[in-house]
Design a protein around this ligand. Structure first.
Ligand code: 13P
Ligand code: SF4
Length: 310
């Protein structure tokens, strides 16, 4: 069976499999750790394994390589990109930053290494609010690349950060009308939303948080039903941790499908994971200068998150 073959190879090569919640169920089931972007970065920085197979998207594997440069890092499908990371090209961003002298650059982890090099501190959706709040109220801040997350943080922290106009194609396509219809059918359901969703969706949400934040909230809540507005892969772990509760994926506006999937995340499969461990490719490579410069804002985030108890 492919699962046994993967486990054998993993042991032979002293590899660890790290997976994001948006991966297909079979990958989440075989992974050593399943978590959000912040947890993946922490595990990548701390693991003793010689090889990291990052089942997620390219920026996550790149972050793992930056934090563990002496380890080999593999991504089962090199085409697993991210529309949000792609919405912030380094040359254009560098010009943008020049227009705001004296500003601190805060970047969401969903960015390329080249953007991280231009960044003062990285954030994830698990710690963005608290990290922004750690700056003085009158600090001049740039936030990139997600405009929805940036607007949300501006609204909850009372800041006026300059925003880069990027977005995630998955979180932008949730349908307000379809979610409201679902809410009529399930009046007791709570609406949970990721802050990458548009403000019209966030306005009707009962709780807004990162993937792990939504999972923890649903697990602690006494409520029995939830409409979940983030990539539908998270429902696997939500259901596993809460077998008696009902989780309904929020639908997108542009398809007949009831759930919203990230086509990049779903490029990774068990077969590709097996091939990647067996053939030791595709591998992430970065030059030493980029690693050194990009590590600073990521390490600054990890240190501050630890200090803040996040
Ligand atoms: P989290 O950090 O909440 O896991 O989000 C990652 C992501 O890609 C959201 O689209
Ligand atoms: Fe990127 Fe959006 Fe996919 Fe997350 S869901 S990896 S932000 S494209």
């Amino acid at each position: 069976m492919i699962v046994d073959k993967i486990n054998r190879l993993k042991a032979e090569k002293n590899a660890v499999i790290l997976a994001h919640y948006y991966q297909e169920d079979a990958i989440q089931d075989i992974a050593d750790y399943v978590g959000d972007s912040l947890a993946l970065a922490r595990w990548a920085a701390e693991t003793d394994a010689e090889v990291i197979v990052l089942c997620g998207v390219h920026f996550m594997a790149e972050t793992a390589k930056i934090l563990s440069p002496h380890k080999r890092v593999f991504l089962p499908d090199m085409n697993a990109g991210c529309s949000l990371a792609d919405s912030c090209p380094p040359e254009a961003f560098s010009e943008f930053v020049k227009q705001y002298p004296g500003h601190t650059v805060i970047s969401y982890v969903n960015t390329s290494a080249a953007i991280k090099v231009l960044t003062d501190i990285v954030v994830t959706s698990s710690n963005a609010r608290q990290i922004v709040d750690s700056f003085p109220v009158d600090a001049k801040l740039i936030f990139a690349p997600d405009r929805n997350l940036g607007n949300y943080i501006n609204s909850v922290t009372g800041r006026n950060m300059v925003l880069w106009e990027g977005a995630c194609h998955v979180h932008e396509r949730f349908s307000l009308e379809k979610i409201l219809e679902l809410k009529k059918e399930h009046p007791n359901a709570m609406i949970l939303a990721h802050p990458e969703c548009k403000s019209v969706i966030l306005k009707i949400a009962d709780h807004i948080a990162s993937t792990s934040g939504l999972l923890n909230y649903a697990t602690k809540s006494k409520n029995q039903e939830f409409i979940v507005a983030t990539e539908s892969g998270i429902l696997h772990e939500m259901q596993e941790k809460n077998p008696t509760k009902t989780f309904i994926p929020a639908p997108p506006n542009d398809s007949t499908c009831a759930c919203n999937e990230c086509n990049f995340m779903k490029l990774n499969t068990l077969e590709k994971l097996y091939d990647c461990l067996k053939n030791e490719t595709p591998e992430i490579f970065l030059d030493a200068q980029t690693i050194e410069a990009a590590a600073k804002p990521i390490r600054r985030m990890l240190e501050l998150s630890d200090q803040l108890g996040l």
